[in-house]
Write a protein that binds this ligand. Sequence first.
Ligand code: GLU
Length: 255
Amino acid sequence: MRIVIKVGTSTLAHATGRLNIRRAEALCRVLSDLKNAGHELILVSSGAIGLGTGKLNLKERPQDMAGRQAAAAVGQCELMYQYDRLFAPYSHTVAQMLLTADDFSAGERRTHLENTLFRLLEMGILPIINENDTVATEEIAVGDNDTLSALVATCARADLLIILSDIEGLYSADPHTHPDARLIHRVENLTPEIIALGAGSGSSLGTGGMATKLHAAQIVTAAGIDLVIAAGQNPDILYRIVDGEDVGTRFVSAK
Ligand code: GLU
């Protein structure tokens, strides 16, 4: 299978903005093993601004655009350094691709993007993609990595998109405020009722929330690709998702 996996800042970094070593090590081990099993993987990784915030010893994610872009410039470097280091013992080579919304509009840039992506996969490389945060102003940015991962999955003609997050999937109500909220395992139709469950915001270091994940679901299911949203706390969950087990929430595409 060709699988796009998106990991959020809350999966990769502690609330301090420093790398969650245990999590990152486990993630790179499982991804390496899935590659060894013959799957083609593309990783969409957040964490540039979060890790930059930690590395710069800032108390919180910068509020202003230039501050966030500076943090991203520092953090993207740290992020790729860590991936390069963590995949090396498994003999997997990583490649960085930093993209903005323009790269996905039909035309020459999209063709180049697809050609590069396919060539990297052919060469057995693991492409690691993030938004090019240092230049992406509001007008040209995709804006969040859930949407970015959906655009990447479409471009890559992936079989499956997996979004690992700090929540287990889509709930029937906000589980923070409704203790009786129930995890929805399967969504066949993105009805207005389902979309309405996306209200609310993301974590303190990342950008997304359920709304951006539902947006990602709309993009990929329309392109014939399933999306699974699951908890990233224990990356071993990826084995179960790839085996087709019922974990998290699966948004089923009309194939
Ligand atoms: N591109 C941002 C980063 O790497 C993350 C955006 C998001 O969390 O959706 O920090």
